[in-house]
Design a protein around this ligand. Structure first.
Ligand code: FAD
Length: 329
């Protein structure tokens, strides 16, 4: 039983940023345990990113190419990963805490008769045990948990750990693994991918998020926020009040019943700061609030606060970015 394994999640052949962050965690964990890192790449076509995985910290990259693995589907991905992990018997398997990573982690734990710890924001080794620290109860408490029975299966929260710096001089081994899969044995098939909004920055991956609440006043009020977001290269996030009013679709909602985000900067405009909204902001490094009401609870969690009308402040911020030549879009 040895080694720390990591699943390199890819979409349309490109390894996701969260997978590199997870590989960085795996490397540190393996160094502490005095063992190696094996990365598993599953997909179709040419796996030219295997070399990159070695530069990022993997010692071995297992490349599994098969037509049934081109697009993520739970059944074939789980079948291959279970087979590889059963043979390799690692101490731990790390996956990014994406919808797919969490699904696969749960499936793998069930197949191997162990447990999956999802959404780790800290990973440590104590007395030889792998400990994951995870937010629970909407982030009000942190649980320190370990898995009794190896392998420990962990999913790692996006943007909670840095992406490793590549070291092109690192040496490693690329192993091509042949698998036999019968595509007709799997009940799902991906017919096509539909991109909802071309070129939009995803809330989960954004380094900056511009948030809008009921104070924005209506769907048209979001235009200045969108302009600021474009200028900053930021994503847009909203409160449930905005979604419930039908101004902006649910996929932009941040909070207890929406997304949990971890950007470096969150600019909250016309947002009161209800606990259910704040629970989606636990991983945010710096919050800036713009609100007319000096008593708004958002100011209790904001590093910087502006007590003023957002329709005055937001366009002024965008104009200042443009004036200084810092605006992106
Ligand atoms: P409000 O609370 O109405 O605040 C609007 C703010 O805008 C006020 O502070 C006001 O001073 C300010 N304002 C108004 N005009 C301006 C202006 N021109 N310039 C500057 N400031 C201005 N909420 C979420 O966000 N996410 C969730 O996931 C979520 N889940 C929930 C789950 C449950 C079970 C429940 C019960 C509630 C949930 N809520 C959630 C709702 C939450 O309780 C709040 O109702 C909601 O977050 C309030 O949204 P808001 O801040 O946009 O609106």
């Amino acid at each position: 039983m040895s080694g720390v394994w990591v699943w390199l999640e890819q979409f349309q052949g490109k390894i996701l940023s969260i997978a590199w962050e997870t590989l960085g965690v795996a490397r540190r964990l393996a160094d502490t345990l005095g063992t190696g890192v094996t990365a598993v790449w599953m997909g179709g076509g040419v796996a030219d990113q295997a070399e990159e995985a070695i530069a990022m910290g993997a010692d071995v990259v297992q490349v599994v190419e098969h037509p049934a693995l081109v697009d993520f589907r739970f059944e074939p991905y789980l079948a291959v990963l279970t087979h590889l992990v059963s043979e390799g018997a690692p101490q731990a398997v790390l996956l990014g805490s994406t919808a797919r990573g969490r699904e696969l982690a749960g499936g793998l734990a069930a197949e191997l008769g162990t447990a999956a710890l999802v959404d780790a924001i800290e990973v440590a080794v104590e007395d030889g045990r792998i400990i994951a620290v995870r937010p629970i109860y909407e982030g009000k408490l942190f649980a320190r948990t370990y898995v009794e029975r190896p392998p420990a299966i962990l999913t790692i929260r996006g943007r909670a750990f840095p992406k490793p710096d590549p070291d092109p001089s690192r040496k490693g081994e690329i192993r091509r693994v042949a698998v036999e899969l019968d595509p007709s044995a799997f009940p799902t098939e991906v017919l096509e991918w539909i991109q909802e909004t071309e070129g939009e920055i995803s809330l989960n991956e954004a380094r900056i998020v511009v948030g809008g609440g009921r104070g924005v006043g209506g769907p048209e009020g979001f235009e200045p926020l969108r302009e600021l977001a474009r200028a900053l290269g930021a994503a847009l996030g909203v409160t449930r009040a905005v979604v419930d009013a039908g101004w902006i679709p649910y996929k932009y909602q941040v909070g207890q019943t929406g997304k949990t985000i971890s950007p470096d900067l969150y600019i909250a405009c016309g947002i009161s700061g209800a606990i259910q909204h704040l629970s989606g902001l636990r991983g945010v490094k710096v919050i800036v609030a713009v609100n007319k009401d000096p008593e708004a609870p958002i100011f209790k969690v904001a590093r910087y606060g502006v007590v003023d009308d957002l329709f005055k402040i937001v366009p002024a911020l965008t104009a200042e970015l443009r004036r200084r030549g810092l605006a992106k879009g």
